[in-house]
Design a protein around this ligand. Sequence first.
Ligand code: PGA
Length: 251
Amino acid sequence: MRKNVVAGNWKMNKTLQEGVALATELKEALAGVEVKCGVVVAPPLTHVASVVEAVKGSVIGVSAQNCAEKEKGAYTGEVSAEMIQSTGAGFVILGHSERREYYGETSEIIKNKIQLVLANGLTPIVCFGEVLAQREAEKHFDVVKSQVQEAMFDFSAADFGKMILAYEPVWAIGTGKTASADQAQEIHAFVRGIVAEKYGKQVADDCTILYGGSCNPANAKELFSNPDVDGGLIGGASLKAADFMAIIQAF
Ligand code: PGA
């Protein structure tokens, strides 16, 4: 069954204390409210275990923003999928455009990370999306197709079914320039189509595809009302409990 999800990507923001306070505020705001979607927060890695503790007993799931490409060993500064799993977190964001752009993450690396995340029973939230020049050159469908195929199509249907997809047009991330509801729907339907070609209609129908890129309380409802947009990956607007709550309540 396809699930609606709203996930907050805190990126490199908030101290540990501020992060725990935000998670606690969110937990309190969600208590007693009817929530019609999955809710996930992705704090910095240093905060993950404490945030897991802070949100216990609530509907909030916790995600890391990245993990190592290796299983374990002499990789100074890296944190493995197994370590993330041991904190009680349930998700890992992979292939975010900031990781692709600033840290040289290739589709091959993202694929290896997905493998490790799945092997540890975690849910990967896999991001993809075109940059502005690619959209202007009308190459966005090709770009999205190869990113999805290269990182996600070497898995069994059962493993693919465990992934959450996130379309994030790079030109919309942190820019205040949101994709229009039609632009989002167009790409999401296209992605669902290539998933159907590869894994069949049922897997495609069940697949959760989030939109990310300047999603906020004012535009969330319109974006989420599209048949193929199953929620959002929220950056800036996830840093304030009230804004994030308003986006959750757009469902
Ligand atoms: P934004 O970020 O909502 O601040 O645009 C989204 C993301 O990068 O996941």
